[in-house]
Write a protein that binds this ligand. Structure first.
Ligand code: UDP
Length: 376
């Protein structure tokens, strides 16, 4: 088969025989590709964007040396030993531990919900065993919930917190200690050599070929890229299912994000990587300042410039980037219909955040890809 379109990025397809296709080069697809190659299969990875890495893609800004997360902050964190050892086969992590601050009415609070936040918010000095009793008073728990959840959630989801699936809100830990680590996972970090190097190394195998600018579509039961019909081999697909089936049952609802980046002539703008703006009146949800993800890079840290990025969520419409699936009864039902269609396609395996229509952290995508049963 001759694949003529797209831009090759350092790998050759030539006329090699292909045993499997991975459509979508995000973290799920690249992990699957690596597993297939490790199992001796020859894999063709097709990516519709100009570069691999999905929403974990970064770009180093030439002027400041800062690694910018093009689709918003990504911090690798996991408590699953197999996931941690798998990613550590390819990159070393810098040990960055994520902290998130919340700005509310001009004051800064350490998230998640623990002693640091509660004591500052109420002007008290509670001890760990006093937190539960203190917040049993509904006026207090409502005040803290309204300050930090209601406004932020209404901007993020376009819904009141009561209408958002509980699992979303429960992502933010509640503690009765001064632990201000945003995640409960012991293993955390940012690749020392940058996120892009993780993808380059996952795909660096003589048995993996990568073709970018190559969107896969399903037409008359055959997978195609441009004018080429793809060989009849297993396809591991991580794009949106509604799109694959021409939106025949309607579009799955997503939230999208718009980012505004700015290079500033100050060494340090906010003193930390992420500040959430939890009031409904502030139009963005958070500000990312990426240089804080590489504290080990003293040279970049000391430069008198920084990059900040403001994040604005909104409802998704066709043509926008899908970021967060909107989990509700109607969307679950719609997704189940598309999944039924996908199950009827022989040789098709679907996964990842887009394919699975799931709110997935990076480690969960890797875990799912590691557990996946590969087709013969
Ligand atoms: N959330 C909030 N206030 C915050 C942080 C989070 O209300 O300061 C809610 C919001 O609904 C958000 C959810 O908790 O969508 C999960 O937060 P997380 O920080 O895990 O979101 P992510 O970083 O994945 O966008």
């Amino acid at each position: 088969m001759a694949l003529t379109m797209g831009r090759m990025i350092g790998y050759t397809v030539g006329h090699m025989t292909i045993d499997a296709i991975v459509a979508g080069a995000g973290i799920w697809g690249c992990t699957v590709a690596r597993r297939l190659a490790d199992a001796g299969r020859r894999v063709l990875v097709l990516e519709r964007r100009a570069a691999v890495g999905g929403n974990v893609r970064c770009e180093v800004d030439a002027e400041t040396g800062i690694e910018v997360h093009l689709y918003g902050s990504h911090i690798f964190h996991t408590h699953v030993p197999e996931v941690w050892s798998f990613v550590n086969r390819f990159v070393q992590f810098n040990g960055y531990q994520h902290k998130v601050l919340a700005s509310y009415r001009g004051r800064m609070y350490f998230l998640p919900f623990g002693l640091a936040l509660i004591n500052k918010f109420f002007g008290v000095e509670l001890r760990p065993d006093e937190v539960a009793g203190f917040l049993a008073d509904e006026t207090r728990s409502k005040a803290v919930f309204d300050a930090f959840f209601r406004g932020y959630t209404s901007k993020q989801w376009g819904l009141q917190p009561e209408d958002v699936d509980e699992s979303v809100i429960r992502r933010v830990p509640v503690r009765s200690s001064y632990d201000v680590n945003y995640y409960n996972d012991y293993n955390q970090g940012i690749p020392l050599t940058g996120y892009n190097s993780l993808f380059e190394r996952l795909l660096d195998s003589p048995d993996i070929s990568v073709l970018c600018n190559a969107a896969v579509r399903l037409e008359g039961g055959a997978f195609k890229v441009g004018g080429d019909v793809l060989p009849n081999v297993p396809v591991y697909y991580s794009g949106p299912l509604d799109e694959l089936f021409g939106f025949k049952f309607g579009a799955l609802p997503w939230r999208t994000l718009r980012f505004e980046s700015e290079r500033l002539g100050v060494r340090d703008f906010q003193g930390t990587a992420v500040v959430n703006y939890t009031e409904a009146e502030v139009p963005f949800t958070r500000i990312h300042e990426f240089k804080h993800y590489h504290p080990e890079n003293a040279e970049v840290m000391s430069r008198p410039k920084t990059i900040v990025m403001r994040e604005y969520p909104s409802a998704w419409k066709q043509g926008d980037e899908p970021y967060y699936p909107v989990d509700c009864a109607a969307s679950r039902e719609l997704f189940a219909r598309y999944r039924g269609e996908a199950e009827a396609v022989p040789n098709l395996v679907v996964g990842g955040r887009l394919g699975g229509y799931r709110y997935l952290d990076m480690d969960k995508s890797v875990e799912a890809a590691l557990k996946l049963e590969l087709l013969p």
